[in-house]
Design a protein around this ligand. Structure first.
Ligand code: UDP
Length: 459
């Protein structure tokens, strides 16, 4: 079939690595497995680091078009840097997508526009132009269920959700402890909450919602489409990490990376580093400049270029030479998780990291930091059974510093103890079930195929 008659689908992720990755993977799948033409819109933010080099790493495909939207004029928002993360993200998106109103009508045979959860402003031009719009929910299905329920909670609950005496009961879901509630809904008076409520309140305007997961992982009924992490292109430093992993015993290395934007305080980093040394386990530690804000690197992931030694206890790098590897700011996470020597993953429990870990059968140590990660960590340990939680969440949901003995204990238990065996077994089971879901005839593959069929059959 010629390009003109192919169904055309457009994508719009928010300008965050953790959102671009899963949407881009779905886009590639539509192009390579389902003969769809795709236009992938990119919001230009001026952020450096990982995001900007992201697209260079992929082989071009004649039916996958990248469309960089021009950078929006942010001069009316001089305080952008001081805004909370979601307020800032949403403002950038709102301004950047203005040209869509004139771009979309010119796109031939456009059957669907798949937009990120935080790009719901794009619903308006789509509605005017009668373009079916789908939401891509980059978080877990449990968070989606809570999000769909939030407008009701907002109407019915007085005061703060975190002050409720009982866990939050979303119909059909496991109760959520108030201390695990996501950051965006912990204070209903601030902008962050209002933006979150705005976006999730608009989910019902979508023709459908894509969810990043599969049935066995979260038994919540959804129109599911599992997206697969992308194999990245490795640079020289990355190759050194892989070469080091090559000579380590199977399942012996703990990989520690707190997402694309996570940072810990200087005090916490010192405790963590000392503890790793104490645990005498092999490790790969991604180190970022410490900060008091847990998401200091939110908009410039991978752009630190300082020597990690500056932030670590003196002499640690030398003392752990051969046993541990410290990496500045960014590691090829998917490749590391795919390596046979990697035995566990200490993670902030961002949803992409979680799926990447499970996809490779790697058990986790949950170190939740921001957004919905506390919920994810609890779900992974208490319900799914692939993780052990670090005690970094206080009774009020605040972040607490974990001391040296506790980290070493958990690390040893996961790398060598019974607990580790149990969660590794569970991770391997889920790895297998994810493969089945994604392969032809599997639940994720089939639900995606059904949606695509509906696009193809419309004239
Ligand atoms: N990532 C990476 N190297 C790092 C840190 C993160 O490749 O050192 C990638 C990781 O593989 C994942 C994404 O960045 O795909 C992080 O997404 P996630 O949803 O886990 O967390 P977020 O960064 O959005 O909080």
């Amino acid at each position: 079939a010629d390009t003109l008659s192919k169904p055309h689908v457009a994508f719009l992720p928010s300008p965050r690595n953790g959102h671009i990755t899963p949407l881009f993977e779905l886009a590639r799948r539509l192009v390579t497995q389902h003969n769809i033409e795709v236009t992938f819109f990119v919001i230009t933010t001026g952020a450096t680091g990982a995001q900007n080099s992201y697209f260079n790493a992929f082989k071009p495909h004649p039916n996958l078009h990248l469309h960089h939207l021009p950078p929006a004029d942010m001069s009316p928002f001089p305080l952008l840097a001081g805004m909370t993360p979601l307020a800032r993200l949403s403002t950038v998106v709102r301004k950047s997508i203005r040209p869509l109103r004139s771009i979309l009508p010119a796109m031939k045979n456009l059957k669907a526009f798949i937009v990120d959860i935080f790009c719901t402003d794009a619903f308006d031009p789509c509605k005017e132009l009668f373009i079916p719009v789908y939401s891509f929910f980059t978080g877990p299905a449990a968070l989606m269920a809570l999000s769909l329920y939030l407008p009701t909670m907002d109407r019915e609950v007085e005061g703060e959700f975190v002050d409720l005496l009982e866990p939050v009961k979303v119909p059909g879901c496991h109760p959520i402890r108030t201390k695990d509630l996501l950051d965006q809904i912990r204070d209903r008076k601030v902008d962050e909450y209002k933006w979150f409520l705005f976006h999730v309140g608009r989910l019902s305007m979508a023709a459908g919602v894509f969810v990043n997961g599969w049935d066995d992982l979260e038994p919540v009924t959804v129109k599911a489409a599992l997206t697969k992490p992308i194999e990245p292109v490795l640079d020289r430093r990355d190759k050194e990490i892989m070469a080091w992993l090559d000579v380590q015993p199977k399942d012996s290395v703990l990989f520690i990376a707190l997402g694309s934007g996570g940072t810990v305080t200087s005090e916490q980093l010192t405790e963590l580093a000392r503890d790793l040394e104490l645990s005498q386990q092999r490790f790969v530690l991604v180190v970022r400049k410490p900060s008091d804000s847990p998401h200091a690197a939110f908009f410039n992931a991978g752009s630190d270029s300082d020597d990690p030694k500056t932030y670590l206890p003196e002499g640690l790098v030398e003392r752990t030479n051969g046993v541990g590897l410290t990496v500045c700011s960014w590691a090829p996470q998917v490749a590391v998780l795919n390596h046979g020597s990697t035995g566990a993953f200490m993670s902030h429990c961002g949803w992409n990291s979680t799926l990447e870990s499970i996809k490779h059968g790697v058990p986790m140590i949950g170190w939740p930091m921001y957004a919905e990660q506390r919920m994810n960590a609890s779900m992974l340990s208490d319900e799914i059974g692939v993780a052990v939680k670090m005690g970094v969440v206080g009774e009020g949901g605040e972040t607490v510093v974990v001391g040296r003995d506790e980290i070493a204990k958990v690390v040893r238990n996961v790398m060598e103890g019974e607990e580790g065996k149990k969660i590794r077994k569970r991770a391997r089971e889920l790895e297998a079930s994810g493969k089945v879901a994604l392969s032809c005839g599997g639940s994720s593959y089939e639900s995606l195929a059904r949606v695509i069929e509906s696009w193809k059959s419309e004239t």
